[in-house]
Design a protein around this ligand. Structure first.
Ligand SMILES: Cc1ncc(COP(=O)(O)O)c(C=O)c1O
Length: 383
């Protein structure tokens, strides 16, 4: 049965705004609580340890940086609006038809293009309760109703999602692996979700962290996109490729959905430096391997250290962990955040995701992880 509370957004509702005479936004826009990104600065700390935004520990490929710099003399030119070279490079790398790839200014833009194209007032957009916040926020921007399905052990629950599909559902977003929980669904579960959906519902599989996953039963979603008319896979250059500041993402789509997104997107939605850096990044396999090997070492290392401190974790397969803290006000997530902050370490509070007792901590460099582990040891040990 659908409960009214399933429809409530998870994030804090903003204070009502009194509107002075003048332009009025569309209904619902002022109900949106703006997305608040991870903090990047600490007053008085020159170089804080930044573990709040799931950015890459190692930074971008030197080849990507060189390609970006090489464009400095050309920025008076419009970019190639068709992103031809990048789509070709992605096609070669992943064995995909470039005609089915649509590039965007980060996967955030592709999420919003999908919503603008397929949902509107009166429609419902389904997502997993602790799924990426841009799904409910984006749904609200187009006047649609976000519907949250509960999770099981902080993992997307296929049955709960399917139970909430109604005749008004237009889109379902799952992040796989999910941010902020770090958990994932195996290929058979994603296939089961798809099999239970009417063909009119678009299933968007957001595989932003796909490159970090090393589980045999994981698939980013290419096979489903190839087999179905209603599945889209989203990918980003912001995570393992370490190009978050350039804003670059891509969608692999059925031809009809690619056609729709190409109609809706801006003609030059991706900048020329982003396109050039993206091509170089995709082709730099060694840089990708280094980033993956780094995560393969430090994710279990850090997870074990936290487990040894009795800080419970979800079994993350991405480049971050979701750490649970006790309710004791001296030891809770807010206290841990403040303690780490005082040591120049930035992590992410999770109250906006409905997880006030958790912090999300990105896997940084080796020395950064050692510093955080030492600080948390001190924090948990202190009376
Ligand atoms: C699951 C997920 N999807 C999408 C994004 C947005 O990525 P981008 O930088 O490509 O817009 C993020 C960023 O944190 C994310 O975690």
């Amino acid at each position: 049965m659908r409960l009214a509370r399933d429809r409530l957004p998870l994030y804090r509702k903003p204070e009502p705004v009194t509107i002075a005479p003048g332009p009025t936004p569309r209904p619902g826009i002022l109900d949106i609580a703006p997305y608040v990104g991870g903090e990047a600065k600490i007053v008085g700390v020159e170089r804080p340890i930044r573990l709040a935004s799931n950015e890459s520990a190692l930074g971008p490929s030197a080849k990507a940086v060189a390609a970006y710099r090489a464009l400095a003399g050309e920025i008076h030119r419009y970019p190639d609006g068709s992103a031809e070279e990048l789509r070709q490079a992605l096609g070669r790398r992943h064995g995909l038809d470039p005609a089915r790839i649509v590039c965007g200014a980060g996967s955030d833009e592709l999420i919003s293009l999908l919503l603008r194209s397929y949902a509107g007032p009166g429609d419902e957009v389904l997502y997993s309760r602790h799924g990426f916040l841009m799904y409910p926020i984006g749904a609200q921007t187009v006047g649609a109703t976000p519907v949250a399905a509960p999770e099981r052990a902080l993992t997307t629950d296929v049955d709960a999602l399917l139970e909430r599909v109604s005749e008004r559902t237009r889109l379902i977003f799952i992040a796989n692996p999910n941010n902020p929980t770090g958990t994932y669904l195996g290929a058979s579960e994603v296939a089961r979700l798809h099999a239970g959906l009417p063909p009119s519902v678009v299933l968007a599989i957001d595989a932003a962290y796909a490159e970090f996953v090393n589980r045999n039963d994981y698939r980013p979603g290419v096979g489903l996109v190839d087999r179905a008319e209603n599945v889209v896979m989203l990918r980003t250059f912001s995570k393992i490729y370490a190009l978050a500041g350039l804003r670059l993402g891509w969608a692999y789509c059925p031809p009809a959905i690619a056609d729709v997104l190409n109609r809706v997107r801006g003609p030059f939605n991706v900048t020329a430096p982003a396109l050039a850096a993206g091509v170089a990044a995709v082709e730099d396999i060694e840089a990708l391997k280094r980033a993956r090997a780094h995560n393969d070492h430090w994710l279990p290392w850090f997870s074990e250290r936290l487990a040894g401190l009795d800080i419970p974790l979800t079994p993350s397969v991405a480049n971050f962990v979701l750490a649970g803290f006790p309710h004791d006000p001296r030891k809770n997530a807010d206290a841990a955040f403040a303690f780490l902050h005082s040591r120049g370490i930035l992590t992410r509070k999770m109250a906006s995701y409905g997880l006030p007792q958790h912090l999300r901590i990105t896997i940084g460099t080796g020395p950064e992880m050692e510093t955080v582990a030492t600080a948390l040891t001190e924090f948990m040990g202190a009376r």
